[in-house]
Design a protein around this ligand. Sequence first.
Ligand code: BGC
Length: 762
Amino acid sequence: MTTHDQFQLHLQQLPPQPETAIETIFTLGNGHFGVRASNPLQGTQTAYRGQPGLLVNGFYDLTPLSYGENYFGYAQNSQTICLLPDPRLIIFEIDGIRSDEQPFDVKIVDKNLDMQTGVLLELFDVTTPTNKQFRLTLQSFASQDDTHFYVINYRISALNFTGPVTIIKQHAYIDQQIARDENDVRAAQRDMTLDRTFTSGQLPTMMISTRKSQLALLVAMTPLPDTNMPLTTIDDLPAYSRTLDLTSGLTVNFSFAYAIGNPHPLLDATQLLQDFTETAESRLAGQTFDALLASSQQRLVDFWRDSDIALHGDDTLAKAIRFNLFHLFQAAGRDGQTSIAAKGLTGTGYEGHYFWDAEMFMFPFFLYTQPKIAKSLLLYRYKTLPQAQQRARELAIKNGALYPWRTINGEEASSYYPAGTAQVHIDADIAYAVAAYVAVTDDQTFLLQAGYEMIIQTARFWLAYGHYTADGMDFVIEDVTGPDEYTAMVNNNYFTNRMAQYNLQIAVDYSTQLKHEHPEKLVALNVTTAEIDAFQRAATHMTLPYDDERRIKLQDDVSTTKPVWPIAETPRNQFPLLLHFHPMTIYHYQVNKQADTMMSDFLFPDDQDQAQLQRDFDYYEAITVHDSSLSRAIFGILAHRLHQPEKAYQYFTETAMMDLTNAQDNTGSGIHAANMGGSWLSLIFGFAGVALTADHQLRLDPRLPENWTSLRFQLQFRGRKLVFTVTQSALTCRLIAGKPLTIYLQHEPILITNESISHRFL
Ligand code: BGC
């Protein structure tokens, strides 16, 4: 396979998929918005089967949550990402029939996503109700350079007729209907009404506004210079339209650019409209498809230079990895105002919410290869720290901050608290990401300006939420839910306590460091010596439950006393269990939705020896059903650490291929972005054996699956850019930017310079 081929994702190479899954897989995005690769004729036509639309990061409406028993402190509103009118939409009128009024037959002939240029090429064969056939070819991209731009080129050629065709491009379809799966809680969608207003002028602009969140978003469209399509009015709305004489065999071609603004408070939207139209107009003036593409593509060249992973020995997996990395890049907010939703910007699943997925599963990829994006993800959490402090007060927690389990605007949006709000480990997950960021980048300015405060406020939460046992010897954290959502409201969830312990410890460590370097910072946050001592004492006395008989870490105080769910006897069609059993039925058993205690073994490798890891792994693997997509990557990495290559490989393959094969059967509502991050974790923290030592040194302990010949990847570490190539028996390293660095290969120190040097390992 040539290098070019390795970056092409071809529909024909994928297993057969439902149309909605194809729309997700081929979605284009750039962290600011995503456009599903739907039938461009769909519009409001429910006769078509797809779920077309535009999703803008951070553009949501509030939808009231209704409870039969509305207890104090319950989240009152959900935040739901808005599915906006599809900019791909095009209307054809042939023989007096409009494609948005009477469905044409649209067949997908082919799709190809070029992940190097970011261009999606699509071929459709369209048949009108009067049996006229034409081929519609689309080329589109979401600009990676100016993330406000979406650009699309249409080509049409008549296949069996010669005659007039009217083409209409206009903003519309606010009331777009889409096919929904009402029975899947994960796909939950709420009804919302959006308002729109139009302005004409040089650039027809549509303002979309939400009723409850009171946000406004502007979308402007313009034909590009090679497109001769006059502006007119159709159905009282501005439209570009032209009637052409299609000659069988000849192709007509036209291009449009869309400028998609930032979510903005509705209040001063009039001023916004004027500024937006003016800047969009001047930025797009004279621009061609190719010129806009060239600058976008350059950003992708930079992305792949720093973030690519080249796996040799298995072409299918190699491509799947690139697909995952490409989607991670497309999903991540880069503006400090937004984060990464569980489904990226590819679908409305989970209502577009951000979860711990962002910090624990996706953040490391950005941290080590795109640190600017990593920083911007943390800045989003810093921006929402006031809401987290407020939320802690609502829960009568006197001190500190409690981040929301799921959110867009920083407020808690989970309506089912036992598997939602109670996952307070989110606080420590965020603190963990902050500490990793500071360790890997050495960005002391971020630590001072934002990171330290986040660590302190989250550490305060643990002190306030936990307590000491009567004898004062053990610090316990009760009534929480760990990552495993099939076990809820427990005492001393191992993972939560271990993460809280880490959170408290880094609060002590950074306070000790800053006390000398920047005492004013401690004063500003009211951090006293007594408080630092209290953090230390709670960390030291943290309860980490252990089953002395089985000699395993206990998921929580009583987790092994329940009966084990009969997994082998449960028919395959009863999974995921959450769609077939009441939560209380599930809670009654030992059955794990996903890695829980094993997350702790993964994140803290020095906590246990191999024998302990093996016992934990064997026990928890047997009771885990992987109903969450966040599970397999972690089990795979641990199987690798335990020298179980076949198992590790199996888990890894399932992780890497999950969305390309629609393995969870819900790719239609969006990618599984955390799982995609998990595939990077598997390669880097698994097969390449990358780890940060306690004193913040980089260590590699690589071991490749037998059939791989090599794995090449880049990492950024404390101002350096490093490139590594691992083969079955050697590690080659080279410094491409920054000062020489000593790292550890297994336990041997090696110096990385700008000379490419190979080191053999066992
Ligand atoms: C998982 C959570 C995850 C959420 C969003 C759930 O199914 O159990 O751990 O955060 O999905 O991906």
